[in-house]
Design a protein around this ligand. Structure first.
Ligand code: HEM
Length: 504
């Protein structure tokens, strides 16, 4: 009897051993990656500058998914069309949250904004308000006059620089791009009331004027802080020391923006009841009517002002940089504009559907220079897998959107600026063609993609229709640092007017 029991125990033990061995063999391995140091993980291999380029180099060494933990964060770098599709389409529901971060705490008003908020009820509310109110097609088309007015003002200010003769003058293109995009977004958000006119409140007037005057500075600072590798996010115990001085800078930046937002919301609260008709309402009126809290409204304003302006302005600057470097393309765009719109009036956005070459230029600019090259970080709450590898719960995923546009397997002569590649194709930028994802795809796709494309094509169209452009030397086509990658060197070009006098 004892002999039988011993025999059964040996058999059972053997079966358990086989089962466990099979289970651990079936469990997918983690993706490969650089050497992991105790406590700090892959921090020494982490690229601090032009991160999208550094990540591509790491993927050439380790494969399309790279494990890159830092401190307490599990980070994975994702490259290639198939994996982008797996993250953003097939497993979109699993990978659509966001990691908590110091940027979300300050710029996102305690993660109340659409961009930095994890996938939760708050996100659903603010994303819906952002898409349905701020970006509603009816609102966008009813505000065409506002964009037109701002583009015309920009052309006027350029005439102030170039003069009314036919001489060349030097132009700070970044300033022009940030100025026009910034004014359009601010007017969309705050209405005319808050741009230095009709303000009863002297504090509001002072702060609004300061915002207008100092906006470039805030934009640059917001972009820097948003994109910086903040050690406190990865080593929470170090947070109290603020070793990089970033928390202090976040607080200073928000001490400029928050009082303005608070004041504007308060003013709107007072005024909403007095507004009788729909036409008088701006975005904040509508958000207040939707019962959004002050924090949620401030989060929406913050997203629209910081990444919203910077991304579109960077795309305009890249377009002008590429056109100045490719005079043949510039002159083809001008010929198209002259033949569709003529030379006696300046183009506006109603002409865009009849300008296929201009549309192809915009796509080609976003292929080579997506303004958010690394996508925003995605996070999976539950354990999952990608490309056959295990991805533990609460991992941060970076999809390299910039590398997709430069992938030789997807594009012929990938590094060449060649808008012709889009003529006669259906390839679009709005998230269903996974070789071209400047606005990403899935539920976290940029909710402002339609507005961004209208502005990009309208502003670039008006600049190249109204003026000739040339560069004094070679243009720097390498990206700078930050979450938004504009050209590393602010673009300066020479311009001169080119249309008939009555067009301006
Ligand atoms: C050329 C211009 C732009 C580009 C290339 C761009 C690109 C992107 C990208 C790549 C994302 C991340 C999507 C993801 O996580 O998968 C994003 C998100 C977002 N963008 Fe844009 N964007 C542009 C313009 C704008 C503008 C003008 C606004 C606002 C006025 C805006 C507001 C947002 C918001 C709120 C999100 C967060 C969406 C969410 O997490 O649910 N973007 N954008």
């Amino acid at each position: 009897m004892e002999g039988h029991l011993a025999f059964a125990a040996i058999i059972l033990g053997f079966l358990l051993f086989v089962l466990r061995a099979r289970k651990s063999r079936d469990r997918a391995a983690l993706p490969p990656g650089p050497f992991q140091w105790p406590l700090i993980g892959c921090l020494p291999s982490f690229p601090f500058h032009q991160r999208h380029r550094g990540f591509l180099e790491l993927s050439k060494k380790f494969g399309p998914i790279v494990t890159m933990p830092i401190g307490s964060s599990k980070i994975f770098l994702v490259h290639g069309k198939d994996l982008a599709m797996e993250v953003l389409r097939f497993k979109d529901a699993q990978f659509s949250s966001r990691p908590l971060s110091m940027t979300g705490k300050y710029i996102g008003f305690e993660h109340s904004d659409p961009n930095l908020c994890p996938l939760n009820e708050n996100w659903r509310v603010v994303r819906k308000a952002f898409s349905n109110e701020l970006m509603a097609p009816s609102r966008l088309s009813s505000q065409a006059w506002l964009r037109r007015e701002e583009v015309l003002k920009t052309v006027d200010s350029l005439l102030g620089i170039t003069g009314h003769g036919r001489d060349w003058a030097s132009v700070d293109v970044r300033k022009i791009a940030e100025g026009v995009v910034g004014r359009i977004i601010m007017r969309m958000l705050f209405g005319d009331h808050y741009l230095g006119k009709n303000i009863d409140n002297p504090d509001a007037e002072r702060i609004t004027r300061e915002l207008e005057r100092e906006f470039e500075k805030y934009l640059a600072e917001g972009n820097f802080l948003w994109g910086e590798l903040n050690l406190a996010d990865y080593f929470p115990a170090l947070g109290i020391f603020d070793l990089q001085g970033l928390e202090g800078r976040f607080k200073r930046l928000m001490s400029k923006l928050e009082p303005l937002f608070t004041m504007i919301i308060q003013e709107h609260r007072k005024n909403t009841v007095m507004i009788q008709d729909e036409k008088g309402k701006d975005v904040i009126d509508v958000l207040l009517q939707n019962q959004l809290s002050d924090k949620q409204i401030m989060g929406i304003l913050s997203d629209a002002l910081l990444p919203g302006i910077g991304t579109t302005a960077a795309a305009v600057e890249w377009a002008m940089a590429e056109l100045a470097s490719n005079p043949h393309t510039l002159s083809r765009a001008q010929q198209e504009l002259d033949s569709v719109v003529g030379r006696s009036r300046l183009m506006d956005e109603s002409a865009i559907p009849s300008l296929p070459y201009l549309q192809a230029i915009a796509k080609e600019v976003l292929r080579l220079h997506p303004s958010a090259p690394l996508d925003d970080p995605h996070l999976n709450e539950e354990e999952s897998s990608l490309g056959g590898y295990a991805i533990p719960a609460k991992s941060t995923i970076f999809v390299n959107l910039w590398a997709l546009g430069r992938d030789d397997r997807l594009w012929s002569d990938a590094s060449r600026f060649d808008p012709d590649r889009f003529l006669g194709t259906e390839i679009g930028v709005h998230g269903s063609h996974f070789e071209l994802l400047p606005f990403s795809s899935g539920r976290r796709r940029c909710p402002a993609h339609a507005l961004a494309m209208i502005k990009l094509q309208h502003i670039v169209g008006a600049l190249v229709h109204g003026f000739d452009w040339s560069s004094a030397g070679a243009v720097d086509l390498i990206e700078g640092d930050g979450i938004i990658a504009g050209p590393r060197t602010p673009l300066r070009l020479r311009a001169r007017r080119r249309l008939d006098d009555e067009a301006y």
